[in-house]
Design a binder for this molecule. Sequence first.
Ligand code: FCB
Length: 438
Amino acid sequence: MTFTWGVATSAYQIEGAAAEDGRTPSIWDTFARDVVGETGDVACDHYHRMPDDVQLVKSLGVDAYRFSVSWPRVQPRGRGPANQAGLDFYDRLVDELLGAGIDPWLTLYHWDLPQELEDAGGWPNRDTAYRFAEYTGLVHQRLHDRVRNWGTVNEPWCVAYLGYEHGVHAPGRKDFRAALAATHHLLLGHGLATALIRKPGTVVGPALNIGTATPASDDPIDIAAARLADGMGTRIFLDPIARGAYPGDVLEHLAARGHGLPIRDGDLKIISAPIDILGVNFYFGQDFAGRDLDGNTVDAAGLPIVREIMPDVPRTALNWPITPDRFTTLLLRLHHDYGIPLAVTENGAVYDDRPDDTGYVADHERTAYIAAHVDAVFAARAAGADVRGYFAWSLMDNFEWAEGYAKRFGLVHVDYETQVRTPKRSALWLRDRVRSGA
Ligand code: FCB
């Protein structure tokens, strides 16, 4: 089985050209302007520099490039006919990639919902799933002859819970019921899109952010807390897709909180449309304890305590723990529990980069992070996990959502004043690692 090496980006984080050629605002344009204070209006100006950026990807020697399509560029009002100028951009991108010998891995939804659809209710509104299917049809019609790898939704947990429960991502709502409805409708949209795209020769799947949910100790209280965290973070998405049913313990927990999911007859059949690959986005693993700092096991409402604990290991500059061993364990667990081929669709790290006079960054720490996680992937493969690819996040520094531009994940440094791109040491390491073979 060949192994695919790649680098990843997403539309809003790099493209810029926010108001060009018919594109309208997405929820991230609004949230970035109103809450973050920095926007993707220009970002890496990729929209205008795309051919050079494709050459940059080629210079890294990778097999594939994972990018996302901007929904408001392709279907500005979130419904109705395609904006041909928007589709033309992705048409050219795909041709540039193929011409450079790079396999396009296209993601349909990486968080930039057209603002008009949010105004109509957003993901908590069932109709958004059908709008997503309609938009998928427009992209598919134009690109299916050249794109083989299709990603449906990226990190639906972040969309639903960071966006609609915690309010720290667009659209910034704080409403648990809305987050649950968003969960179900993101899954429904995923299933509708999958059925539309999937045919012999294509590879279709979602990309989920999956933590390790390790119990803080072997105390049954901690084991139960970790299981609940895993249920609400991972199995609530993965079980309906892979098994056609929401996990029973999760539904019971929600019922105890007076909540449920807006499931209609036939939905789970749609959601469980067969997939070919499960994209795994991994940054760090964490522990869970079932007691708060005072030793209580339930909160004031009588609900179980689930307390996240960051493992006591070195951290990245986002304060995220560095846990490659857990990554191996996670990949093996996904392989054993679900039996779906896996691809690591994102993995990477923020460090405080210090470019020299030429713009070069000797990012030894990021290089070590990526090397350790690549090793973790190969350890999982050696132990039997069917992991078919590794995509580093990210090709280049870009707009890191709520963090703005200060936090840099790129393998390539971007000088935002001049838009000059300079491969960092980590990029050169990846190039050499790819050359040396899987
Ligand atoms: C993931 C997102 C991606 C990037 C990384 C750091 O949650 O999918 O766009 O921001 O985190």
